[in-house]
Design a protein around this ligand. Structure first.
Ligand code: F6R
Length: 247
């Protein structure tokens, strides 16, 4: 794996955008895998800037998001579809029909998960997958203990995640207890992966994932098995690394 250690999250966003843009320019009908959360926001800001400056075209790009809450409609301001529209899709020249976020309102969520994988296969798979890491080492909604071969499926959210999320919802009964998530096996099929991390609260998980054993106790450690992963992380997220990654 390649590790790029940067000063701050703005530089993290710029470096990751440059990696993605280079590949996008070389391949029309590019397929991007995307994440939500606070970490990729500087990357999305840079992609928007490049698009507005006419340096990056999204008109033939397709996207697939990692995850979505079950039972939260796309119009809800806590849905991942809403997040993606607001923070990226509504601000670039992408065709909305080519943007895919798991359907949390699907009548048959298990059938939807199979269909979502088939849709990714139909377009030839993900060319570049963007990931963030949870402070417990999760990727997408694959919490510690998830199979490293897992596929897109419905997952139960942990008590901790439900508690953390309750601040974003009016009533406790509105807090989602399930999500649709790409599996770790699904993520590992992407051609290239860029993992982003910033903040000291990620330093432990980053060190475990990069320097610990490949283990279900740290889902992000599975990236060690992928031939083309770049970690773009800020100095504070790199503080617990012991090995010399600066080359
Ligand atoms: C979001 C996702 C999650 C986040 C992770 C980090 O689509 O898949 O795994 O990447 O929870 O979240 P932030 O970036 O908010 O720290």
């Amino acid at each position: 794996m390649k590790v790029v250690i940067v000063r701050d999250k703005e530089e993290m966003g710029k470096r990751a955008a440059a990696l993605i843009a280079e590949q996008m320019r070389a391949k029309p009908h590019f397929v991007l895998g995307l994440a939500t959360g606070s970490t990729p926001l500087p990357l999305y800001q840079e992609l928007i800037r490049l698009n507005k400056a006419r340096k990056l075209d999204f008109s033939t790009t397709a996207t697939f998001n990692l995850d979505e809450y079950v039972g939260v409609p796309p119009t809800h301001n806590q849905s991942y579809r809403y997040f993606m529209n607001k923070n990226l899709f509504d601000r670039i020249n992408i065709c909305k029909a080519a943007t895919h976020v798991p359907d949390g309102m699907a009548k048959d969520p298990d059938a939807f998960c199979l269909a979502y994988e088939a849709m990714m296969d139909d377009v030839g798979g993900i060319d570049y997958q963007v990931l963030g890491i949870g402070s417990n080492g999760h990727i997408a909604f694959n919490e510690p203990g998830s199979s490293l071969a897992s596929r897109t499926r419905v997952v139960a959210l942990t008590k901790n995640t439900i508690k953390d999320n309750s601040r974003f919802f009016k009533r406790i009964q509105d807090v989602p207890t399930k999500a649709i998530s790409m599996g770790i096996g699904t993520v590992l099929e992407a051609e290239r992966i860029v993992m982003l991390a910033n903040g000291t609260n990620k330093a432990d998980a980053v060190a475990k994932a990069l320097e610990g054993p490949v283990s279900v106790s740290c889902p992000a450690s599975a990236l060690q098995m992928h031939p083309n992963v770049t970690w773009v992380i800020t100095r504070d997220a790199a503080t617990n690394l012991k090995l010399e990654w600066r080359r």
